[in-house]
Design a protein around this ligand. Structure first.
Ligand SMILES: *Cc1c(COP(=O)(O)O)cnc(C)c1O
Length: 367
């Protein structure tokens, strides 16, 4: 079976060397040596400061909201976000008592459409939570300007944007905070894990306390906290994956480039921001209609190839949100999109052939 993605498994001896260190120190969590080392190495690799490792990408979002003071547990609070993303972007808001208000996406970039944001701002709006979807940079200057004008915080869900640069600098520097997911299926991973990159040091310091129950000394509990710490085993996996990141990226790039070549003219691709680099972590393709996308999916499944409908459904359809107004663009793309298998080690020839045949077959049926 060819799945849409496969976790990257680093060289076993390499991983074992990190784990040997854990055994020698007999230290498994609470800001251990490997967590400290991974923090430094990621800050250097990504060219960012104020990076905080956490247990997963969803907690990264939740802690970022809290550290920036926008929890909704005290007064009615809303945040503007995109309906075209993984459910955790919206559910993490709701979980923190913040009502997600969806603003539609641009039909070419599939990121939040900045021209629609201001109309959705109310007296309860505290933040904008855009997503660099599939690693494509949002229109960060426009979003930052709107946020400044209305005194809103900006938290980018940058779960897909590991290593992406924008105008020659890390994309993760934009916003009051940007969050990453290091889930097993992501480009860079720690099994489960995540990180927050804060713009300001004081927000990082606040978040550091929050992820360890608010405890700041043996007998001091300074404020409300939770457990969101990354442990040493997660960090060991991360360090081993980071050691091999170059070969991971180049393998993806090769597959990505081949897909692009063979699918030219047959599907619609995402328009990549002119100012940003790519990390080749996904290969999304939009088909002519829902029916075509469904047929391609079925034909590929018959051939044991399993693309996924990412992101489906458009999140304004969630039962637990109050903003259920149909977002036309997001809804349309969610219905017609498939993410094709992409991971190092994928034998792309069979996939290419099947996709090509499926699309040809459907086109001929129509004639
Ligand atoms: C993966 C992902 C998350 C959640 O991250 P976890 O590490 O699985 O908790 C959040 N947002 C987006 C856009 C994601 O793709």
């Amino acid at each position: 079976m060819i799945p849409v993605t496969k976790p990257y498994l680093p060289n076993r001896e390499r991983l074992d060397r990190y784990i040997d260190g854990i055994y020698e120190r007999a230290w498994l969590t609470n800001n251990g040596e490997l967590v400290k080392e991974l923090t430094k190495r990621l800050e250097s690799y990504l060219s960012v400061e104020n990076l905080l490792l956490v247990a997963n990408g969803t907690l990264a979002l939740q802690i970022a909201y809290r550290a920036l003071g926008i929890s909704g547990h005290v007064e009615p609070t809303e945040a503007i976000t995109t309906p075209f993303t993984f459910v955790a972007t919206a559910s993490s808001l709701k979980w923190e008592g913040i009502e997600p208000i969806f603003v539609d996406i641009n039909q070419n970039t599939w990121c939040l459409d900045p021209t629609l944001i201001e109309a959705a701002i109310t007296p309860n709006t505290k933040a904008i939570v855009p997503v660099h979807v599939f690693g494509n940079a949002c229109e960060v200057e426009k979003i930052d300007n709107i946020a400044r004008k209305h005194q809103l915080k900006v938290i980018y869900d940058a779960s897909h944007a590991f290593g992406v640069n924008y105008k020659g600098e890390s994309l993760l520097k934009h916003g009051d905070a940007a969050t990453l997911s290091f889930h097993a299926t992501k480009l860079f991973h720690t099994g489960e894990g995540g990180a927050i990159i804060f713009k300001r040091k004081e927000d990082l310091e606040r978040a550091k306390k929050m992820i360890n129950f608010g405890i700041t000394g043996p007998e001091v509990i300074e404020g409300l906290g939770i457990n969101a710490k990354m442990n040493e085993l997660q960090a060991a996996m991360g360090l081993a994956v980071l050691d091999e990141i170059d070969q991971n990226l180049s393998a993806r790039k090769e597959i990505w480039t081949e897909y692009k070549e063979i699918l030219k003219g047959l599907v619609k691709f995402q328009d990549n921001s002119m100012n940003s680099t790519k990390n080749y972590s996904y290969f999304p393709a939009v088909f002519k209609s829902k029916e075509v996308a469904n047929k391609v999916l079925n034909i590929l499944m018959e051939n044991n190839i399993h693309p996924r409908r990412y992101f489906y459904p458009s999140l304004e359809t969630l039962t637990y949100v109050t903003d259920n107004n149909r977002k036309i663009v997001s809804h349309g793309i969610a219905n017609k999109i498939l993410c094709l298998p992409i991971y190092p080690g994928l034998k792309i020839d069979t996939v290419k052939e099947s996709i090509y045949k499926a699309i040809k077959h459907i086109n001929q049926e129509k004639k």
